[in-house]
Design a protein around this ligand. Structure first.
Ligand code: ATP
Length: 267
């Protein structure tokens, strides 16, 4: 006798179904009943094997009527069991919620830091890594690998801080490095009022798909740069929406759909 792959699938599916049923009815009145049904099934098989036709007929009849009775008598338990089954994807939902929280937290910390730096007119250059790796840029600065926090970002750009010169690099949930040197753009059409900080941001975006935030030391104006495109006079709300979308997009497609609005359903 050869065992086919479908036989294995068959056994696995049945094992899974039985396991699920046991888990659903465990510690309910229905558990006792299931044991009873199981015994009746065994007796039914035995009666077939021993050719006890009348006994088998009786058992089959009891079984059929029993099935109807089960549905009537155990209606509340069955309802609860199906409700439980409906909630069984709650682990998945929790993971998604956690991911949304992470994104919201990260966005909030960055936006708060940028808003504060802008108010205080402290120059800043923040690079958020996207699809293209920035290991070579990270190497030019000081490795931090710290949790993202607005206080840390503000501190790093504080004029007297040893790492305030250069760019902060953010990757996933970490501030990877600070004081990094970015490639300067040689674009001649860049406005004359924008100096080397902005030129460095543009240069970085010409070489990668990173999202770059610049805070001007002179004016406090917030500028964002991505794919060689410069957006000036960005307010906190716009930055928040852009970052939420950026982080959601860089996550996998399942999270993408759900995180298009924040936890409360607004964006
Ligand atoms: N290649 C670079 N990589 C990273 N940071 C740079 C680079 N070039 C300049 N910077 C940062 O920019 C600062 C100088 O900013 P500068 O005033 O020239 O630029 P800016 O675009 O006019 O900005 P701001 O409006 O803040 O004055 C430096 O102190 C340094 O922190």
């Amino acid at each position: 006798m050869t065992i086919k792959i479908t036989d294995i699938i068959d056994v696995l599916v049945m094992t899974f179904i039985i396991y699920k049923v046991i888990m659903l009815v465990r510690e309910t009145r229905a558990a006792q009943l299931l044991k009873g049904l199981f015994l009746i099934l065994i007796f039914s098989r035995i009666s077939i094997l021993l050719n006890l036709y009348t006994v088998n007929w009786l058992i089959s009849s009891v079984f059929t009527v029993g099935m109807v009775l089960i549905i009537v008598v155990f209606q509340p338990e069955l309802r609860r069991a199906f409700e439980k089954l409906g909630r069984s994807n709650s682990i998945f939902t929790s993971i998604v919620k956690l991911k949304v929280q992470q994104i919201n937290f990260k966005t909030e910390e960055i936006v708060n830091a940028v808003a504060s730096l802008s108010r205080q007119k402290i120059g800043a250059l923040i690079v958020i890594e996207n699809g293209v790796g920035l290991a070579d840029i990270v190497e030019t600065g000081t490795i931090l690998n710290s949790e993202i926090s607005s206080e840390l970002i503000i501190n790093l750009f504080f004029p007297k801080s040893p790492l305030h010169d250069g760019a902060v690099i953010i990757k996933d949930e970490k501030i990877v490095a600070a004081g990094c040197f970015l490639p300067l753009s040689s674009n001649n059409s860049l406005s004359k009022e924008l100096g080397t900080r902005h030129r460095a941001a543009l240069g970085m975006s010409e070489k990668s798909d990173a999202f770059i935030i610049v805070v001007s030391e002179e004016t406090g104006i917030i500028t964002t740069v991505q794919n060689s495109s410069i957006s000036r006079h960005i307010d906190s709300e716009t930055l928040k929406n852009t970052l939420n979308k950026l982080f959601a997009d860089s996550d996998n497609t399942i999270f993408k759909k759900i995180t298009s609005g924040d936890e409360n359903g607004n964006n």
